[in-house]
Ligand binder design. Structure first.
Ligand SMILES: Cc1ncc(COP(=O)(O)O)c(C=O)c1O
Length: 396
């Protein structure tokens, strides 16, 4: 048995002297709330994802909320979303007052199934929210066509997807409202943080106002003006600002994106090669149009159920390897249970693939600094952990 020198985490941000320097510079500048570094981060981020405008926010959750709010979506409206996603995709739909309509996923890619979207549309549908699950691009072309035919908006949950590509272009290049996260489990990390990208200048202007209490001018504009500028508040806004401290980290992270993604892909390919030999483990198969960024490495334990999957996670923990349950089906959580007395949510069609993925998937350690020796250790522990959990062979 290879002996690992330390506990292996499931994820870890890639910070070095660049982040330390940028953060210290920001601190020393005295400007620690939304300021010039946020503006610079927005400009550079937009260029990287091939969008025209980027509006930095406090998280992807606030980004999704603001995107829906800016489209005027509210009470009486429906938004189609996969059930198989982190609950943060769905909560903002409820927060704007609309009803999430949960649909099933494709069993291979774990992404929203376009056919299920088409079937879920009603006269109340205002938007569809494809989630680029764990950085695996959803089938945007099919979804866009369905949305165009039905005259509904597409709001992309791109929380995990920076650096992923679809049909040769980065996620973010579609022109739709795209919402991003910089949480530590993501590929680019600012601690907490989010972004909306769009190609519409008017929408970007309004989003900037809404994130800052509805204020008509930014603090930077006011500060750099020759004369006193008095702001106005033409509509009700929020405080969803990103701070310059967070943006400083983003500025240090952005130039590393290609390298971080390349290293993630190398490590993912090593897992793929190892798991080709283990019948009990299946991987999502990205279609040829999709180039995932490997934000997380997800595997499906073919022979597991919820109990043996959890037993596997514990068996790995005993071996000092951190893993996580994989994707969650939100309708298994209390607020989103499908029941006659729960009018907060609706399911369109069966959610079998979501339920199976919820029970059988796991996330394995993957981060750019994961050493090959540590990854080999993880791989070597898996058959024994599967056996211990009763998930190595089909149940009799
Ligand atoms: C698919 C998805 N959507 C939304 C979010 C919310 O991101 P944040 O933590 O930045 O609010 C996450 C975060 O984990 C996510 O994975």
């Amino acid at each position: 048995m290879v002996v690992t020198s330390r506990n292996i985490p499931v994820a870890r941000p890639s910070f070095d002297a660049d982040e330390e320097r940028e953060l210290l510079d920001a601190l020393r500048s005295g400007w620690v709330t939304q300021g010039p570094r946020v503006a610079e981060f927005e400009k550079r981020f937009a260029a990287v994802v091939e969008a025209e405008h980027a509006v930095a926010l406090s998280s992807c959750t606030t980004a999704l909320f603001l995107a829906l709010h800016s489209l005027g979506i509210g009470p009486g409206d429906e938004v189609i979303v996969p059930s198989l996603t982190f609950i943060a995709s769905v909560n903002p739909i409820v927060h704007v007052g609309a009803v999430p309509v949960l649909v099933d996923v494709d069993p291979e890619s774990f992404n929203i199934a376009p056919q299920r979207v088409a079937e879920a549309i009603t006269p109340r549908t205002r938007a569809v929210m494809p989630v680029h699950q764990l950085g695996h691009p959803a089938d945007l072309e099919a979804i866009q066509k369905i949305a165009n035919d039905a005259a509904i908006a597409v709001v992309e949950d791109s929380a995990c997807a920076v650096g992923a590509r679809y049909r040769g272009r980065p996620i973010g290049a579609s022109g739709n409202l795209n919402c991003w996260s910089f949480h530590p489990r993501k590929v680019l990390v600012t601690g907490e943080g989010g972004m909306i990208t769009t190609n519409d200048a008017d929408v970007a202007t309004r989003l900037r106002r809404l994130r800052h209490q509805g204020m008509s001018i930014s603090d930077v504009e006011r500060d750099s003006a020759d004369e006193i500028l008095t702001e106005e508040y033409p509509e009700v806004g929020f405080n969803f600002r990103m701070s310059d401290l967070h943006a400083a980290l983003g500025l240090a992270q952005l130039p590393k994106l290609d390298r971080l993604v390349a290293r993630r892909r190398e490590l993912a390919a090593r897992y793929d090669a190892a798991f080709a030999e283990i019948d009990a483990i299946a991987r999502p198969e990205p279609p040829p149009s999709a180039e995932p960024n490997q934000q997380s490495y997800i595997a499906r334990l073919r022979h597991a159920d919820r109990a043996s999957r959890d037993a596997f996670l514990n068996a790995m923990k005993r071996r000092r390897v951190a893993t996580r349950r994989g994707l969650m089906a939100v309708h298994r959580e209390r607020p989103y249970r499908i029941a006659p007395d729960n009018d907060r949510v609706r399911a369109a069609g069966p959610l079998h693939h979501s339920e199976l993925a919820d029970a059988q998937t796991v996330i394995l350690p993957l981060y750019p600094e994961l050493s090959e020796a540590d990854q080999d250790y993880v791989i070597e522990q898996i058959p024994a952990a599967l056996e211990e959990a009763g998930a190595l062979e089909p149940a009799r």
